[in-house]
Design a protein around this ligand. Structure first.
Ligand code: ACO
Length: 381
């Protein structure tokens, strides 16, 4: 007998690995909750910095706490010359997610505190990284097009600063609100693959930069954060509402997965997609890309008629790509924008986990030969 407990939970599906009070996804009811607040409530009334504070510290900040938090983020928001030079040297050729992963790791290597396992230092690293991300992701976007970096403006919000560092223009209120809402919607989402990666890394008592580097690497894949890039490609391929039926039928007949649909947890409409759909309609109309929205809307109808009974509905990635495209971003920037938001969830859950740490060490069921086999020298094989 090789192993006694042999039940395999592929992909850890259904396995509860920890407790958390950060957030909750109810896949049957289509509900997403951050610390007790429905995502719709936060999207309508809050802003990203408040939501990040809520996820990190468990309550919405009062005015003084909020000002202190914003002031804290402002003190480390600038990028030093080495970081800008690194981005400029690799961004023209590499995928922006590879650049982001490298830059976060590089900033960790520059921080003397990154060998500390002290909780306060881990929190400090979390805030430092969060504060720099608008400028990092904005600079990656610009450098990939050969443009110079723009210094973040301490007067602007997290969302507005990101748009400013990306485009060089201070956004109007409408674009700022759309960006801010996208960031709120992506700030946390239960024990997803990238968050789990962060937890595995932090559970070894590695530093927060290492945890976030792991999370970024995991977010890169097309079955996770990378889906929004591919979802927009599919919408562009369909091109017109009247093509949706036959293009999707052909793809499904070939057993292709349609990016932007389906979710491991949601078996009903993703509440984030519902909120984003509204913004996608207004921003595409404003920026002359309404055809994209009408095509997506028809694709949604076709997909729900074909696969709705299997619990396949649009997920957040279906509409987010279109929103970012309308804001002027290249599709390769979509997943870094996801990371810009998810830093709050990654760090909040990592800090929560190490307060009551247990090293992750699952098992694999061995299905190889039992042996013991005889060793045969290389000349005789
Ligand atoms: N297109 C076509 N068929 C699909 C899709 C899809 N996007 N998603 C699921 N299905 C099919 C499955 O093939 C399966 O068919 P079967 O019954 O014939 O075997 C059936 O629907 C049920 O699928 P599930 O088992 O419920 O899907 P699962 O939980 O394994 O996968 C996943 C979820 C990986 C997200 C999948 O839906 C998918 O690949 N979607 C496309 C990628 C995507 O959009 N990812 C983003 C997720 S959201 C995020 O990460 C922020």
């Amino acid at each position: 007998m090789m192993q006694a407990d042999t039940e395999v939970h592929k992909g850890l599906e259904g396995v509860i690995v920890t407790e958390s009070s950060v957030g909750f996804v109810d896949g049957q009811a289509g509900r997403l909750v951050y610390r007790g607040y429905n995502i719709e409530t936060l999207a309508d009334n809050s802003n990203y910095e408040e939501v990040a504070y809520l996820l990190l510290y468990g309550h919405l900040p009062n005015a003084k706490e909020f000002e202190n938090f914003r002031a804290r983020l402002r003190t480390t928001m600038d990028l030093n010359a080495d970081v800008v030079a690194l981005i400029k040297s690799i961004a023209p050729k590499a995928h922006p997610m590879s650049v982001l992963r490298t830059v976060v790791s590089f900033i960790g290597a520059q921080d003397q505190k990154s060998n500390s396992t002290d909780l306060r230092d881990q929190e400090e690293m979390s805030l430092k990284l969060m504060s720099k991300l608008p400028a990092i992701v904005g600079t990656i976007s610009r450098a990939s097009k050969g443009q110079d970096a723009i210094k973040p403006d301490p007067e602007l919000s997290y969302a507005a600063n990101f748009l400013y560092c990306s485009t060089g223009k201070r956004p109007d209120k409408e674009h700022e609100k759309i960006m801010d809402t996208c960031l709120i919607l992506h700030a946390d989402h239960g024990s997803n693959a990238s968050t789990f990666s962060a937890l595995v890394t932090i559970s070894t008592l590695a530093d927060m930069y290492s945890a976030v580097t792991s999370a970024i690497s995991t977010l890169k894949g097309p079955l996770h954060g990378g889906a929004n890039e591919l979802a927009l490609e599919t919408i562009k391929k369909v091109a017109k509402p009247e093509n949706a039926e036959h293009v999707l039928s052909e793809m499904l007949a070939k057993k292709e997965k349609i990016m932007g649909f389906g979710h491991r947890v949601y078996k009903v409409y993703d509440p984030r997609a519902r909120i984003l759909k509204k913004y996608a309609e207004s921003v595409t109309r404003r920026n002359g890309k309404e055809d994209l929205f009408r095509t997506a809307e028809q694709m949604e109808k076709v997909m729900i008629s074909k696969l709705g009974e299997k619990g396949i509905f649009p997920n957040v990635d279906f509409y987010s790509g279109m929103v970012y495209d309308s804001l002027g971003f290249d599709s390769r920037m979509f997943t870094p924008i996801f990371a810009l938001a998810r830093i709050a969830g990654w760090t909040a859950r990592s800090l929560e986990y190490i307060r009551d740490n247990k090293l992750f060490r699952p098992k694999a069921k061995y299905i190889g030969e039992a042996g013991p086999k005889e060793y045969v020298g290389i000349q005789k094989r």
